[in-house]
Design a protein around this ligand. Sequence first.
Ligand code: ADP
Ligand code: MG
Length: 346
Amino acid sequence: MSPPVWGPGRCSREFSGLAIGPAGAANLRDTRSPRIREAPSRRCYTMRLVNVVVLSRSRSIPSTKRLVEAARARGHTVRVMSPAHVAVHLDRKGSRLRYRQKVIKVPDVVIPRIAASIASYGLPVVEQFATHGAVVMNSARAIGQSRNPARCLQRLSAHGIDIPSTVMARDAAEMKAMVPLVGGVPVLVKLLTGSERRGVMLCETEQSLEAALEAVLGLGHNLVMQEYVRKAGRDLRVFVVGGQALAAVSRVARPGRLSRTLSRIARLESCTLTPEVKATAEAAAKLCELEVCAVDLLAPRSGAPRVFEVNASPALPDMEEATGVDLATAIIARAEALASRKEFGG
Ligand SMILES: Nc1ncnc2c1ncn2[C@@H]1O[C@H](COP(=O)(O)OP(=O)(O)O)[C@@H](O)[C@H]1O
Ligand SMILES: [Mg+2]
């Protein structure tokens, strides 16, 4: 049975009770109705059921699970495909996509959750789905760019977003010469190599920096050196969907630990989004061309928040639990809006 297709038109009374923004950012707990009015264009779209593919290693990954639940709850057909089992056939006449040795029909929406370890294979797969007309949330280009801290920070700095001072060089002598440019020791050394856990080293003395540079550069890895923002009041993560900041948490490191990375060693506390943090996070997401992302910032007690990372596949459950915001449904609502917009050329 084919799903009902709805188009732009007049909203009947039945449809008009719910108005949400482009990201479904209103009261997220109430967005389960399958009817959506698109705010920005003032055109009334009613939702059509879509085929969603979540590109993810496994359906048991908690964030993948949440996306599947949210899509099903809104009546969509959803399938989890491991990017490792998607094959692509290209020739002069075009291309075809296969999954586990069968040619597949291209879905309406693809939500990539590509692990960094498989990015060099997974990102061309995402691109191929986009070439075939699927709405991808996020594009391969934007994911690739955000995975490289140097490229991400380059883009943000070029557009006036406040970031910690950062330098990049390939030899240790040049790096050491640039220490004063990032405020002197302590400094942070961040690996650019795209593994799952990139790693951050805090070098408190020139000697420890020298040792870190020798080890990292000697292994053939690229790195950036960054100002250590000591007076940071809080380490914030802001979740942005469709250009709108929907939720924010403060990440509190366990005693003695620097890293506040979500699933590892941080405690998350819900916090209110100040207008400044909200505007900065939304601007960073837009510059990185990411439909779904988490913008990580250091918010000093006084002064502007400084963005140090933008994550293209942020974990959902911890953040949902800490904030009470249904982020998975917001992502699916945004997917519906983009699919409708694409279909009706809005
Ligand atoms: N410039 C900085 N100054 C102070 N602390 C930082 C800075 N950059 C990162 N951190 C801290 O280190 C943690 C890990 O850094 P991050 O760049 O997110 O690396 P990764 O995600 O690869 O672990 C962050 O969560 C943050 O708390
Ligand atoms: Mg991080």
